[in-house]
Design a protein around this ligand. Structure first.
Ligand code: AMP
Length: 293
C-alpha cells in the first residue's frame, strides 16, 4: 500500500495501475467499520485508492473543523490488511494551493435537508471531489448511503458536468444497537450515546407505519419528530422522493426518510431508503447503479 501525500507523489499511481478499474473511496479519515465496508466493496470492483483529507471548505464557521478527529497512523493500520493499492493523504495546500479558486456550485438536490442548516457544505464537498476525481481519475467512486443527500448531490454533479465516473452507494454500517457508525460517534458518551438511538427508532417507527399502509408524508414526518423529541435539537425529520429529493404529499416509489438532530455535543444524521409499492415496502439503494441493501 503506497502512501502518497503530494501531487508529485500521486504521479506514481500510473505505475501502480494494472488492467483493472480504478476505484476511489473518498474519506475524511478517523476510519471505522463503515469506511472499511466501502473499501471492501471497492476491492470487488478493481484497484482501490482511498483518499484521506479533512476538507476545510465543507465545514461551516461554527462547525468542528479544528476538533475533527485526525489519526493518519491508525487509519493506515486499519487499511493495511485490506487490498488497497494507494492512500492519497494530501495537506490543505496540496488541495487548495491555487489563486482565485474555481469552485463547484451544487444543483437543487443540495437545497433542503442538510443544505438548509449547512448552506456551504455541499459546495465544499463537490469542489474537493471534483479535484480528487481530476487528480486520481477513477473509473468508479464509492460513497456511503448514510450520507444520502451527499450521494444524490454528487450524482447530479457527475451527470451535469459529464464526469466519466460511475458512482455506487453502499449500505450503512451500524453498531449492534442500530446507531449508524460515524467518526463523530466518539464524541458520544453515557446518556448521549443512549439518546442517539432516537434517530434509528424514528426511522423504524415510520417504516413500520408505511408497512401497515400509511402513505401520508405529514403523518409520517410527525411520528419521526415525536421520536426525536429526546434529542437536544431537531434539524429535520423529512421524507423526499429519490433521486430528485422533491416533496410529495403521499409517498410512492423510491423514497428517502431522513433525520438529523443534535445529541449532546454531536450532530447526527441517519436515513432509510425504501421502495414503496401499493402492495409492499422493501429497503432499497439510492443510485441507479447501487447495490440493494
Ligand atoms: P467521511 O469520512 O465521514 O467523509 O465518510 C467517508 C465515506 O464513508 C462517505 O461516503 C460516507 O458516506 C461513508 N460512511 C460514513 N459512515 C458510514 C457508515 N456508517 N456506513 C457506510 N458508509 C459510511
Amino acid at each position: 500500500m503506497e502512501i502518497l501525500r503530494t501531487r508529485e507523489e500521486l504521479t506514481k499511481l500510473a505505475g501502480l495501475r494494472d488492467d483493472q478499474k480504478l476505484v476511489l473511496v473518498p474519506t475524511m479519515g478517523a476510519l471505522h467499520e463503515g469506511h472499511l465496508s466501502l473499501v471492501r466493496l471497492a476491492e470487488s470492483y478493481g484497484q482501490v485508492v482511498v483518499s484521506i483529507f479533512v476538507n476545510p471548505t465543507q465545514f461551516g464557521p461554527d462547525e468542528d473543523l479544528e476538533t475533527y478527529p485526525r489519526d493518519l497512523s491508525s487509519d493506515l493500520a486499519l487499511l493495511a490488511p485490506l487490498g488497497v493499492t494507494a492512500v492519497f493523504a494530501p495537506d490543505v495546500v496540496t488541495m487548495y494551493g491555487g489563486d482565485g479558486e474555481v469552485t463547484v456550485t451544487p444543483g437543487d438536490r443540495a437545497l433542503g435537508l442538510c443544505g438548509s442548516t449547512r448552506p456551504h457544505h455541499f459546495g465544499g464537498v463537490l469542489t474537493v471531489l471534483a479535484k480528487l476525481f481530476g487528480l486520481i481519475q477513477p473509473d468508479l467512486a464509492i460513497f456511503g448511503r448514510k450520507d444520502a443527500q451527499q450521494c444524490l448531490v454528487i450524482d447530479q454533479m457527475v451527470q451535469d458536468l459529464c464526469m466519466p465516473i460511475k458512482l455506487i452507494d453502499a449500505p450503512t454500517v451500524r453498531e449492534p444497537d442500530g446507531l449508524a457508525m460515524s467518526s463523530r460517534n466518539r464524541y458520544l458518551q453515557g446518556e448521549h450515546r443512549q439518546r442517539a438511538l432516537c434517530l434509528q427508532s424514528a426511522l423504524q417507527s415510520a417504516q413500520r407505519l408505511i408497512g401497515e399502509g400509511q402513505r401520508e408524508t405529514a403523518e409520517l414526518e410527525q411520528v419521526m419528530r415525536e421520536e426525536l423529541a429526546v434529542a437536544d435539537r431537531l434539524d429535520y425529520a423529512a421524507i423526499h422522493r429519490v433521486p430528485d429529493l422533491s416533496r410529495v404529499d403521499r409517498i410512492s416509489g423510491r423514497t428517502l426518510l431522513a433525520v438529523a438532530a443534535q445529541v449532546g455535543p454531536t450532530r447526527l444524521i441517519d436515513n432509510m431508503v425504501l421502495e414503496v409499492a401499493e402492495d409492499g415496502v422493501t429497503e432499497a439503494g439510492l443510485l441507479a447503479s447501487s447495490l440493494f441493501a
